[in-house]
Design a protein around this ligand. Structure first.
Ligand code: B3K
Ligand code: ZN
Length: 876
């Protein structure tokens, strides 16, 4: 058992001053020379040995101050290098030589070579796969990196910081030397070598410094890097204006690679990206792709201050950089696009991914206290819930208070490796607020449930709101404490306008934000002249579930008139969800499905309401998916019943608004040239949301087929193909479009991912056969994480009826895949496995079949640590 505990944190015995690395790159043999200048930490045990981490390394040389170390001075095993009798004081230099094979590195962690490109991924613990080192975030050092490689296959040699030397070595080889003046932890080290092309631009910072910006991509793809470059410049400007953060090196580089485990990585001065988050043009990228590129380019750039200049003391503090950086990214997106629409997308994401994590076997606090494998903690809890926690701080302190606290954070901790406590203390010191109680958000797992009861007293002109909170138990902790929750509340008067109370008593409040701190509290709003409709958790001010038995009239008033569009969408969505859940219950019980004409009217009216922006109307018109309905039901889930129920409700709505929906598919057509901006994207979103319903009303693939034929951009094309493949599966029109798409994009792996996903998510039990067949498609590559996620990942996590086939064949197929994949890429496999984390919520027969397969995986004794950790927690 290698469980790591927060309570065991100890600083290192030695302090690293600098590290000089020399890479001699070879496809199957790369040698790494590391020269480390260091000294014993003052006060450390003078006899303590030096213990460096390593992983799968071959040691080929070890010297102290230039003299080879005798074997009795050190021990070296698979995961550590221990050196004894090092000087008690004064600096010394350790030289370590290791040999690695970048071509055999299918884990894509450390230094690996794929598609002719050498690149690195070191977070969280990949540097130890390159050389022995203190591979932990609190060890900061200055890096100088020399890269030697073949000139022809690797004309490009990159690392962090500034290029200081280049030399032709004759014999067909050359070298480049990079120096990064900023101290950094090993996880931010990066190296790229290969043959790539680039686009170049520049940015002048607020203090007038000139920064060269370069984005490197595969040959032939330069024209698709423009949007990423534009996003980068907007992000740099925004961070100066909003948070006073200026870039600090003379050059900022991004490299897009096609084999990458995650989205992107914020290495100092040299971000490495999954190419799907860089490359975009109208023919190959959807509006969602554009929005994602903008957000992730910004996110990685923002890490330069929140993560790189100030980093984490240990990996338990991961949310210190990730939660905060997601929050910064969200604010950036909100400023670049439509704030409420961006916020609704965040809420949907949180509910679809973080809430189930928080309510299932893998639940953990935003700041965990133990882990078996840190790579499994790059979760939506650490990221998105972490972001919500920072957002709540901003809500409690106000924008100015938040900015003051963050300014102090940058000032106080620049160059440091710090903790969540250090972060919170800055807000307390800068504003005088006490965040002791609030800090529980970081330590207590689970999604709080707030029950609301309202009572209007006409005689006293008072509205009483009783709020009680509970947090359900999670595997790590049964008894929960009440949290400090900022809840934004609106009182909507009979005319649809907000009512302003003359006073609010019963607890702390700041403008329209109530501060819940106890199990139960009653807030009294004074001076309320008529019974209002109460809108709770406006702007989704807290990541909680609300239980509020509100009258139908009130809900319809909110759905039709709430000026807070997030709360308005939420109410529309909740009304739809209620109808869908009831329909699923009807199907399960063998009753005819009851639909709700009032819901149809509301959706049609919202879709037609030209006072609302198209993107918002599209959100309202997109019914909750089968997975959303399943999550709302929560237990004994029958995916087939949900599927049938949802289709029946869709048909009823589609028929009620058939003319409007048909009209909208035309009205919202692109006029003129394609533009990826948010407004144009919103029009396409509305048009395509309407297409789903128009096609359902017409019960014919004709309209979607025409839309597919006439599409002049990937958003419309993919939307039409999905309608055909999902709503008219097996029709000639569907098969024609799918075949056309496959042919047309034969040379475009990223676009074919969309094709794989569309096919993998076709509802029904026959999809398993198709997925199995697609694994033999020449475009499919089991070693490429994007392909695996597009086909296997989409099938397991986004096809409830297909994956959960009643006979359990979906689970068996998936388990087989997991077992093979684990040998190749454990990080990716463990992540994939989480698709089954909510299996306990299935109806008994599927639940048993699913468990059987998870147990079959768990019975293997040679699982990677990553996968072992996930399956064991799922079965606990
Ligand atoms: N920090 C990286 C994620 C690293 C994941 C390591 N398993 C990207 C990001 O969050 O910006
Ligand atoms: Zn990040």
């Amino acid at each position: 058992n290698r469980t790591v505990y927060l309570k065991d944190y100890q600083p290192t015995d030695f302090i690293i001053e600098s590290i000089d690395l020399v890479f001699d790159l070879g496809e199957t043999l790369t040698t790494v020379g590391s020269e480390i200048r260091m000294h014993r930490r003052p006060g450390a045990d003078p006899a303590a040995p030096l213990v460096f981490a390593g992983d799968g390394l071959a040691l080929s040389g070890l010297a102290l101050d230039g003299k080879p170390l005798l074997p009795e001075r050190y021990d070296c095993d698979a995961s550590t290098l221990t050196i004894r009798d090092l000087p008690e004081d004064g600096s010394f230099t350790l030289t370590i030589k290791t040999r690695i094979n970048p071509s055999a590195n299918s884990e894509l962690l450390g230094l690996y070579r794929t598609s002719g490109i050498y690149s690195t991924q070191c977070e969280a613990e990949g540097f130890r796969r390159i050389t022995y080192f203190y591979d932990r975030p609190d060890v900061l050092a200055v890096y100088t990196v020399t890269i030697i490689a073949d000139k022809q296959s690797c004309p490009l040699l990159l690392s962090n910081g500034n290029l200081v030397e280049e030399q032709d070595l004759g014999d067909g080889r050359h070298m480049a030397k990079w120096h990064d003046p900023f101290k950094k932890p090993s996880y931010l080290f990066a190296l790229v070598a290969g043959d790539l092309t680039m686009i170049e631009d520049s940015f002048t910072t607020m203090s007038g410094r000139h920064v060269a910006l370069r984005i490197y991509v595969e040959h032939g793809k330069a024209a698709r890097a423009g949007y990423a470059m534009d996003s980068l410049k907007r992000a740099m400007k925004w961070d100066e204006e909003r948070f006073g953060r200026e870039y600090d090196l003379d050059i900022f580089m991004i490299v897009a690679v096609s084999d990458f485990n995650m989205g992107a990585m914020e290495n100092k001065g040299l971000n490495i990206f999954n190419d799907r988050l860089i490359l975009a043009d109208p023919e190959t990228a959807t509006d969602d792709d554009y929005a994602r590129i903008e957000a992730v380019v910004a996110h990685e750039y923002f890490h330069n201050w929140t993560g790189n200049r100030i980093t984490c003391r240990d990996w338990f503090q991961l949310s210190l950089k990730e939660g905060l950086t997601v929050y910064r990214e969200h604010e950036f997106s909100a400023d670049q696009r439509s704030r409420p629409v961006v916020r609704v997308d965040e809420v949907k994401f949180l509910r679809a991914h973080q809430f189930p994590e928080d309510g299932g076997p893998l639940a953990h606090p935003v700041r965990p206290t133990q882990y078996l494998e840190i790579d499994n903690f790059y979760t939506t809890t650490v990221y998105e819930k972490g972001s919500e926690v920072s957002r709540m701080i901003a809500t409690l302190l106000g924008p100015d208070g938040f900015r003051k606290g963050l300014d102090l954070f940058f000032e106080r901790h620049d160059g440091g490796a710090v903790t969540i406590e250090d972060y919170l203390k800055c807000f307390e010191d800068a504003t005088g607020h006490d965040l002791t109680h609030f800090a529980l958000w970081y330590h207590q797992a689970g999604t709080p449930v707030i029950s609301v009861a309202s009572f209007y007293d006409e005689r006293k002109q008072q509205l009483k709101l009783t709020l009680s909170q509970t947090t359900p138990p999670t595997p790590d902790e049964k008894i929960k404490k009440p949290l400090h929750i900022p809840l934004r509340v609106g009182l909507i008067g009979p005319n649809g306008a907000d009512m302003a109370p003359t006073a609010i008593t019963g607890g702390e409040s700041r403008k329209d934000v109530l501060e819940l701190t106890k199990d139960e509290q009653t807030f009294v709003f004074e001076g309320i002249g008529a019974r209002p409709a109460v809108s709770v958790n406006r702007d989704f001010s807290a990541p909680v579930k609300i239980r509020f038995d509100q009258s139908r009239e009130d809900r319809l008033r909110i759905a039709g008139a709430e000026r807070d569009l997030v709360a308005r969408w939420d109410t529309v969505n909740a009304l739809a969800l209620e109808v869908l859940v009831k329909a699923a219950e009807d199907v399960k019980a063998g009753r005819p499905v009851t639909t709700d004409p009032a819901l149809s009217d509301l959706l049609v009216a919202t879709a037609e309401d030209t006072a609302l922006e198209p993107a918002f109307r599209a959100l309202a018109l997109t019914l909750p998916g089968e997975l959303d309905i399943g999550r709302e039901i929560g237990a004994d889930i029958d995916p087939d019943a949900i599927h049938l129920a949802r289709n029946t409700v869709i048909e009823a709505i589609a028929e009620a608004g058939a003319d409007s929906f048909a009209q909208l598919t035309g009205d919202m057509a692109n006029g003129g040239a394609f533009s990826p901006d948010a407004q144009s994207a919103g029009r396409r979103a509305l048009r395509n949301a309407a297409l789903v319903l128009a096609a359902a009303a017409e019960k014919s693939p004709r309209r979607a087929s025409q839309a597919y034929e006439s599409a002049d951009n990937m958003t419309d094309m993919l939307a039409a193909m999905r309608v055909l493949a999902h709503q008219f599966a097996g029709s000639a029109e569907a098969e024609n479009a799918l075949a056309d798409f496959r042919r047309r994009f034969a040379g475009e792996p990223l676009v074919l991912d969309k094709w794989f996903s569309t096919l993998a998510t076709v509802p029904g039990e026959n999809t398993l056969e198709r997925v199995t067949k697609l694994m033999g498609d020449e475009a499919f590559d089991e070693g490429n994480p994007n392909r695996v996620r597009a086909l296997i990942g989409a099938f397991a996590s986004s096809n409830p009826t297909g994956f959960n086939r009643p006979d359990g064949a979906g689970y068996a197929f998936f388990a087989d895949f997991i077992l093979t994949s684990d040998k190749r890429n454990a990080t990716l496999t463990a992540r994939l496995m989480t698709a089954m984390r909510s299996f306990e919520a299935l109806e008994p027969s599927r639940r048993a079949l699913a468990r059987e397969q998870i147990e079959r995986i768990a019975a293997h004794d040679d699982l990677s640590r990553n996968l072992r950790d996930i399956v064991d927690r799922m079965l606990k």
